[in-house]
Design a protein around this ligand. Sequence first.
Ligand code: FPP
Length: 249
Amino acid sequence: MSTKEKLDTSRIPQHVAVIMDGNGRWAALRGKDRLEGHSQGAKSARAVVEAAAEIGVKYITLYAFSMENWNRPQTEVAGLMSLLIHSIASQLGDLIKNNIRLKIIGDTSLLPADVYTQVNDAVVKSQQNTGLTVVIALSYGSRYEILNATKQLLHKYQEQPFDIDSITEQDFSNYLYTKDIPDPELLVRTSGELRISNFLLWQISYSELYFTDVLWPDFSKEDFFEAVYQYQQRERRFGKTSQQIATLK
Ligand code: FPP
């Protein structure tokens, strides 16, 4: 039986977040330029989007470019931006055809104007789609997102004071980039690194974490199904005991 067939279709995660890591090492192992690793990584991103759609995942978030990535050598940053534009432009037709909606989270004001225009065009053209939502984290930093949410709340208070003690977690979430997106049940990181790297810190409070040694350019649909399968073997307790969970079932 294939891994996909082994999946419990009644327990597919709604939202899977992915830290696509290892492109540089994949390229170095082959004596290639880092950008070739990213280019191959873009193919894995497409495969994973297809895999997610096949099993009925509703949201997939891909960490494509972090706030910290702006500090990489200028040629790599430019190469990544160009790859993003081309990947999105060349796949927009397929996205629309497959009812996929594209969303971006991150500080898009830092993006070069042409990148912003392309990306925003794809977001607008796909916004009515109702199938899988592909969220691309671009110029994204989680601490920045949380700090920004806090600033917005403080501004709101300045304009019209309200009862501070009545603010709920849900209220706060409404100021995050992810306000209309459910929290991920599963976070995948490739390439053997066991870190979160400033990704969705608020949103992954209760996510199951799945780490694999596979380098991102080698990550296949089968690897994605395996991650979901492993997720389904976990017991999610949300701070409760196993016994409480068993009685709830
Ligand atoms: C991390 O590998 C990967 C990135 C910083 C970029 C991820 C981008 C893509 C996969 C391409 C485009 C994506 C989409 C959604 C079209 P690394 O460079 O840190 O690898 P290393 O740790 O081995 O050096």
